[in-house]
Design a protein around this ligand. Structure first.
Ligand code: ADP
Ligand code: MG
Ligand code: MG
Length: 886
């Protein structure tokens, strides 16, 4: 019989898969001897079994009973006891934290009888009835699925009736009355009574927590954060401790360092006489944690000690939840806390300086996604800006967009291609869709630990919160700022998540200091830049993968080199056929004799040579992989419809050239251009085309060498599916190179499944392989990317056919399998074959890890992603765990 329930004394922080993050860390704190209320955790195994079968697995209820009995014994109280009841919370907690996505019910165990016992025992009737109404409210919403607004409205009504605005002004009889009203709401909406059997309450709450794993907002959040859908959640049952017992009680949240900047200090919020979520829900204003020193010095000092213990133990920034019950401190949660990208780099190097971790570990503590965020532009402080308000700098970034006041509008407008800023009084989990769609989030209430701030930081989305001077009116879709400035839906605003400033209109942006550092134009004195420099240098030292860039122009090549590229993995040549040169390509296609064709090619050749010379010069001493022309030729001709119309309108006056052009366009027209006359097929069918390109490369290299340079051209043949295709082209190319007296590697892209499957043969003719994973993904799945992404990818994501688009992150199971075959068989034929990837996946963190794992020599990506790939290659070498790059 599997074990489904673990007491807190039985778990530890490494059991997150089984106990969830919350449960594992509660167990860890318990075993560190910290004051955690006793409790136990129901495993994620039990949840998965429940979700699969729709019922509790056999033995679970009995195991829960056994642990509950032990809990009751330890506490000296019984659940539901009418004199001195034990109360518990039933809390969700998955492996990865999903703030506010899932459910928790507090005060389980109260009913009409035990509430009296609780009042007597505590000597505080108000507290007892407040706890009871909270139970019905949370249980009603979470377990019974009743709209939470109904309960909120009832409490607002009670306040109005009494003429007060603060919940602290409601007394015992008000809450007793509310309990009756709440029970009425339950009856009206479920047709049944609020369950008064404590054990039934508990088991129903456990079910509800299991079910909340598949709540729509949880699904949306998981997709955004790339959390697997099949993990399930654990459930924690914890003895209640009470922050709502009076002003000597309270509840709070804290960070051991500033999650915004990484600075060490005391960061957090505290609320007296309050329970659970009151702190983050913004019902009353919290006080900064420092003020706890004046309210309860002993608890404050103990809390700081515990925070130090936790930091030393986890060797990282931790965030915590705590409650003080009549002067006694209780720890309710901790975890390694989310932080901004800048804080992640700063904290990692601080921890190195403090001797807590080494540089290897520091590299694993940051991610390529975080680095990418630091490379986003910032607002230009020198520009003319109109400041309308200032809130808290909750999550950095410079976001510009049209103000919208609801999540639905945000999604609608974003889907229509608009940049929007979601403006709310405060956000709640139902706003997730809008937050994802928006460029940034602005709220008028709540602190750095509010829902908006926590979720935005987690997503790396710009957020300004608690801009209290703003009057946000979601119904009227507008906000007003001091001085009477009004912003309506659709008006453009700019928000600065690093300073908390809100501006009217669009503020221009400038490059981030991190980009200036990579460019070599900025200083090194900024703390963040220093941290980035240290971590990047160490990642470079540790990585095995080389990083190249995809670049087609000398300017891009030069930038890539400044960003640390060790060569070019893909230089496309097709843009060299556009613009003024289109005419020459038309001549080539229209040529009716060898002479005409050669003339067209002869005219193109010097132009191509000049292109290559520029790139080889920018990348002097480093390899430059030049891919011969790949797209079908008709892409260089006028559009069929436009040309037909032109010829038809001109009638008899239509020029001879247009007529011939139209005939050629018709002749070259393809049903499936992606599968048509392109790549190596062009080289084999159009005499002289590839030869011209190879000659241009050879001469460019010879010229560079004569000028004292060190050109390292590599010639790459696209779309090869059979070794025979490559052989002919290769012999010809070798002859041309010999004639020019230059050397260059000759290889091929692996982008057709057949190429991967016959890589052993192809390697006989290829000195290198470069995986063209865009086409390889298209051809493996049988997807035309341009057609499918808009047409049905969102449905596929909904159905869970894939968790993330295979065009963003390599499909390791399918496409990756082909790559592994090609790597293995290619190396078997030619042990020193060079292996790389030049699809867009080369800059995707998870895919970089995969490329490391299967033993490629390099990844190649767009110049701007080069630093990201360098960092992820370092992380891959250090973690050695494959793809969990989160
Ligand atoms: P979340 O994952 O959304 O933070 P939690 O399970 O942590 O949800 O619980 C919600 C709130 O209730 C938190 O503020 C937490 O500290 C508080 N809470 C949970 N269990 C208890 C308990 N046994 N006693 C007192 N407060 C609790
Ligand atoms: Mg919590
Ligand atoms: Mg291709």
């Amino acid at each position: 019989m599997p074990k489904y329930v673990y007491d807190f004394t039985e778990g530890n922080k490494d059991l997150k898969d089984l106990l969830g993050g919350k449960g594992a860390n509660l167990a860890e704190m318990t075993n560190l001897g910290l004051p955690v209320p006793p409790g136990f955790t129901i495993t994620t195994d039990a949840c998965r079994s429940y979700l699969a079968d729709g019922g509790f697995p056999e033995g679970l209820a009995e195991e829960v009973d056994t642990h509950l009995a032990a809990l009751e014994k330890g506490m000296g109280k019984r659940l539901g006891d009418i004199d001195d009841p034990l109360l518990v919370s039933v809390r969700s907690g998955a492996k990865f934290s999903m703030p506010g996505m899932m459910e928790t019910v507090l005060n389980i165990g109260l009913n009409d009888e035990s509430v009296v016992g609780l009042a007597k025992q505590s000597g505080n009737e108000r507290f007892a009835w407040d706890s009871y109404r909270r139970l019905i409210q949370m249980f009603g919403k979470t377990v019974l699925g009743i709209d939470g607004e109904l309960f909120e409205d009832a409490i607002d009504e009670a306040k109005r009736h009494k003429g007060v605005t603060n919940d602290l002004d409601l007394d015992a009889s008000d809450f007793r009355h509310l309990v009756e009203v709440y029970k009425g709401i339950v009856r009206e909406h479920t047709g049944g009574d609020f369950p008064d059997d404590p054990r039934e309450q508990m088991l129903l709450a456990v079910r509800a927590v299991f079910d909340s794993w598949n709540a729509p907002r949880a699904i949306v959040y998981r997709r955004q954060e790339r959390i697997p859908a099949d993990l399930g959640t654990a459930v924690n049952i914890v003895a209640m401790v009470f922050g709502n017992l009076g002003m000597d009680s309270g509840t709070g949240v804290a960070f051991t360092r500033d999650p915004g900047s990484g600075q060490q200090g005391v960061y957090g919020d505290y609320l007296q006489n309050a329970q659970g979520e009151d702190v983050v829900a913004g019902i009353r204003n919290t006080v900064p944690l420092q003020e706890l020193e004046k309210i309860d010095a002993a608890s404050y000092r103990q809390l700081l000690d515990i925070m130090k213990t936790l930091e030393d133990h986890y060797r990282d920034l931790c965030d915590i939840e705590f409650t003080i019950e009549r002067g006694k401190l209780w720890m309710l949660q901790t975890r390694v806390g989310k932080r901004t990208a800048a804080a992640a780099f700063c904290i990692a190097t601080q921890l190195v300086d403090q001797g807590m971790i080494d540089l290897d570990e520091a590299v694993t503590r940051v991610t390529g996604d975080q680095l990418a965020q630091l490379m986003f532009p910032r607002f230009d402080t020198g520009a003319d800006r109109r400041l309308v308000a200032k809130g808290m700098n909750a999550s950095p970034g410079a976001a510009v967009g049209k103000a919208v006041f609801s999540s639905e509008r945000a999604k609608e407008m974003a889907d229509a291609g608009e940049d929007v800023i979601l403006v709310r009084r405060e956000t709640n989990p139902d706003d997730l869709v809008g937050m994802i769609a928006a460029r940034g989030v602005l709220t008028s209430r709540g602190g750095k630990t509010s829902h908006a701030a926590v979720v935005a930081r987690g997503m790396g989305k710009t957020c300004v919160c608690g801009a209290e001077e703003l009057q946000v009116d979601p119904q009227a879709r507008r906000f007003t700022a001091p001085g009477g400035v009004t912003v309506e839906e659709g008006d453009v605003i700019s928000i600065d998540g690093s300073t908390g400033e809100v501006f009217l209109g669009e503020v221009p942006v400038v490059a981030s200091p991190v980009v200036e550092y990579f460019e070599g134009t900025g200083g090194h004195d900024d703390d963040l830049v220093k941290a980035v420099h240290r971590i990047m240098s160490h990642a470079d030292e540790r990585r095995r993968l080389a990083v190249r860039a995809n670049a087609d122009t000398p300017e891009d090549a030069a930038r890539a080199r400044r960003f640390g590229a060790q060569g070019i993995g893909l230089c496309r040549t097709e843009h060299m056929f556009l613009g003024d040169r289109r005419q020459l390509v038309e001549d080539l296609i229209l040529s009716e004799s060898d002479r005409e064709r050669d003339a067209a090619l002869d005219a193109l050749e010097p132009l191509q040579k000049a292109d290559f010379t520029g790139i080889l010069e920018a990348m002097d001493g480093l390899p430059v992989t030049i891919r011969l022309i790949d797209p079908p030729l008709h892409e260089f001709l006028p559009d069929l419809t436009a040309l037909s119309v032109r010829v038809a309108l001109a009638g008899d006056d239509a020029g001879e050239r247009d007529r011939r052009l139209l005939a050629a366009v018709k002749r070259l027209h393809e049903q499936n251009p992606m599968l048509g006359l392109r790549g190596v097929r062009l080289g084999l069918v159009i005499p002289g085309l590839f030869e011209m390109q190879v000659r241009a490369i050879a001469q460019a290299a010879a010229e560079r060498r004569a000028a004292g340079g060190d050109p390292r051209a590599e010639i790459m043949i696209p779309l090869v599916a059979a070794v025979q295709e490559l052989e002919g082209v290769r012999e010809e190319a070798e002859r041309i190179l010999d004639e020019a007296g230059v050397e260059a590697l000759i290889g091929t892209m692996i982008e057709v499944p057949r190429a991967a499957l016959t890589a052993g043969q192809i390697a006989e003719a290829a000195q290198f392989f470069s995986f063209g994973t865009n086409d390889l993904t298209q051809l493996t799945w049988g997807f035309s990317r341009d057609d499918v992404e808009a047409a049905f990818f969102s449905r596929y994501l909904d159905l869970g056919i894939f968790g993330v688009s295979p065009f963003e992150t390599l499909d390791q199971t399918g496409v990756g399998r082909l790559m592994k075959i090609a790597v293995e068989e290619g190396r078997a034929t030619r042990p020193d074959i060079k292996l790389g990837i030049c699809g867009e996946h080369g800059g995707d963190p998870e895919s970089v890890h995969f490329c490391h794992d299967i033993g490629l020599d390099y990844v190649s990506c767009s110049p701007f992603r080069v630093p990201v790939a360098r960092l992820e290659a370092g992380r891959a070498a250090l973690t050695g765990t494959g793809s969990d790059s989160r």
